[in-house]
Each structure stands twice: as C-alpha cells, then as structure tokens.
Design a protein around this ligand. Structure first.
Ligand code: CP
Length: 323
C-alpha cells in the first residue's frame, strides 16, 4: 500500500495504516494525546480547535468503542459531527460508495472517519476524495485499525514508559486481526525489544516471521518474562470454515486465566481491544482483575483520536495554503 497519507511536506493528512509511518509521528500523536487526556478531568471538556469543521462518521460495520470515542473526540474539539446511519441511508437503495461520498463532499465536509468490512476500503476512499478532505481508517477488514493501535501504544507508554525494554505478547486470532497487524507495525516502529505472537497454527498468518515477531504455539513458553499481554477476540465473522475444534478447547489452550497470567512478569499489564468474549479468550477474573487495563484503553481512545483528528486537519491548512 502506498504511503499517500502524508502531504508533500511529510505531515499526516489521512490516517490509513501505521505501516510506513516514522517513530517521531507516532510519538507526536501520543504527546498530543497526553495533553488532551488532561481535558477529561476539567469541568468543561472542550477546546475550540476544530470549530467550524465538519466530520462524518461512515461506519459500514458495527462498532461500540471506536464510533463513540471518535464522536466524543470530535465534539471535544468543537467540530460538528454527523453519524451517517448506513442502514437508513441511500446506500440501501443502490447508491454506490463513491456517489455517497461525492454527495457528502458537496455538503462541505472536512473529514471522513471510515469503518468497512473490506480491506483497503479507507485507502480507496482516500484516493477519491477532494484535496481538502482527510480520511481516517476506523478499521478495514483484516487490514488495519491504526487509531486502535495508537491508543494501545499510548496505554502501554502510560504504564511502561520505555518501549525498547519491553516484551509484548499478542495472543489469539492474529490471522484475522486488523488490530494485531497495526499493533505489530506500531510496536516495531517504536522499537519494542521483543514482539511475540501466541496462537494455534490455524490462527497465525503464514508471513508472521516477516513481520519481525517471535512465534509461539504454547502459552507457557510464550508468556514467560512478558511485560504486556494483548488478548484478541476470535473473529468468527472473518473466518472461512472451522479453524478451531471448539470455544471450550480454545479457552483451555489459549484463554488467559489467572494461572497463565502468573507465568508473565508480576507487573505485566493485560490488554484487549474489545469486544471481549469472557470464557473464550480471557477469564472474567483476569479481564476484571488488577492487571487489566482494558477499560483504560477505551478511555484513552478519546484523547488519541482527538490527537489524530487535530493533526490531520492541521495538515489541511498546508494544502489550502498551496491551492
Ligand atoms: N476495538 C474496537 O474496534 O471496538 P469496536 O468494534 O466496538 O469499535
């Protein structure tokens, strides 16, 4: 995928994938998010940074966390937000995606936040929008979920500070996970000491090693000396055929229980992008336990998305100045 997400001067215009982005930009996003994070503790949680801007949430696939935190983030930046309800939009009358986009463009929107079940959908939209519009990928098929990865990096930095010292293990359905792919790109760009993936062969991509990760099929070996554990949902909606014997057997082998968690470093944090399936990839006692930062991840989604939106719309001033 080409890196057409940057302007000629290297500023972020679209945010489609972490792949190809440099460490200073990822750090800039986290530093901005740190500032926005303190807003949540104020009585007035708004800043006027995006006043007059219009942001359209285009979610062609279901979402709880991502859609809501994008909306909150836009509102806290004082932008106007439209949530296009795809099921009641003219898309259901046969209007093409591009025609929908061009109609929205003619309403003078500034940003599209796109979730789609097809890999490459956000990139496709970014290629076809007018020059003054930014596109943010809110998850496309199995490909990428860059803002999720950035809120995960932000959460890790809050707890662990120094990325090169860390061993991070991602457990489960890596094959179908856009989150895992984006996390792996972000972790390696930030210079994490060791990235491990743990799962059955049927749920790991064949090109795993080219991503620079260490592959484990056994939880005991994979969790040893780990500082950060990321569990993933089994993404049945993207699986073709049966890749697992049963959810019960999966939990026995790869479910994160208190016993398995005790193999990792005692101060290891437990993460999950959500939605969680209790008793499948994670036990309730771990999900709700003292090492879990799962709900913190959700909270950080607001500040990180504020950072991404403000940086991307900042790049628009550059484009406007050139035109
Ligand atoms: N993590 C995540 O993308 O959750 P939603 O599907 O609820 O947005």
């Amino acid at each position: 995928m080409t890196n057409n997400q940057l302007t000629e001067n290297g500023h972020l215009r679209h945010f489609l994938t972490i792949e190809g982005l440099k460490r200073p930009l990822l750090t800039e996003i986290m530093d901005h998010a740190e500032q926005y994070s303190s807003l949540s503790h104020r009585q007035v949680k708004k800043v006027p940074l995006l006043r007059g801007k219009t942001i359209v949430n285009l979610f062609f696939e279901n979402s709880t966390r991502t859609r809501t935190t994008f909306e909150l983030a836009a509102k806290r930046l004082s932008a106007d937000v439209i949530n296009l309800n795809i099921s009641t939009s003219a898309t259901s009358k046969g209007e093409s995606l591009l025609d929908t986009l061009h109609n929205l463009e003619s309403m003078h929107c500034d940003m599209f936040v796109v979730r789609h079940n097809q890999s490459g959908a956000a990139e496709f939209i970014a290629q076809h929008v007018a020059p003054h519009i930014s596109v943010i990928n809110a998850g496309d098929g199995c490909h990428a979920h860059p803002t999720q990865a950035m809120l995960d990096m932000f959460t890790i930095r809050r707890h662990k500070q120094h990325f090169p010292d860390l061993r991070v293990a991602i457990i489960g359905d890596i094959l179908h996970s856009r989150v895992a792919r984006s996390q792996i790109h972000a972790l390696s760009t930030l210079g994490v000491g060791e990235i491990r993936v743990i799962g059955p062969k049927t749920l790991l991509p064949s090109d795993c090693k080219t991503l620079g990760v260490h592959v484990y099929h056994d939880m005991e070996a994979g969790l040893k000396d780990v500082d950060v554990i990321i569990t993933l949902r089994l993404q049945h909606e993207r699986m073709e055929g049966a890749l697992l014997p049963s959810a019960r057997e999966y939990f026995q082998c790869y479910g994160l229980t208190d016993d398995k968690l005790s193999i990792a470093n005692p101060d290891a944090i437990v993460m999950h992008p959500g939605p969680i399936n209790r008793g499948v990839e994670i036990a309730s006692s771990v999900a709700d336990g003292p090492q879990s930062v799962i709900l913190e991840q959700v909270t950080h989604g607001i500040a990180v998305r504020m950072a991404v939106m403000s940086i991307a719309l900042g790049a628009q001033s550059e484009i406007e100045a050139q035109s």
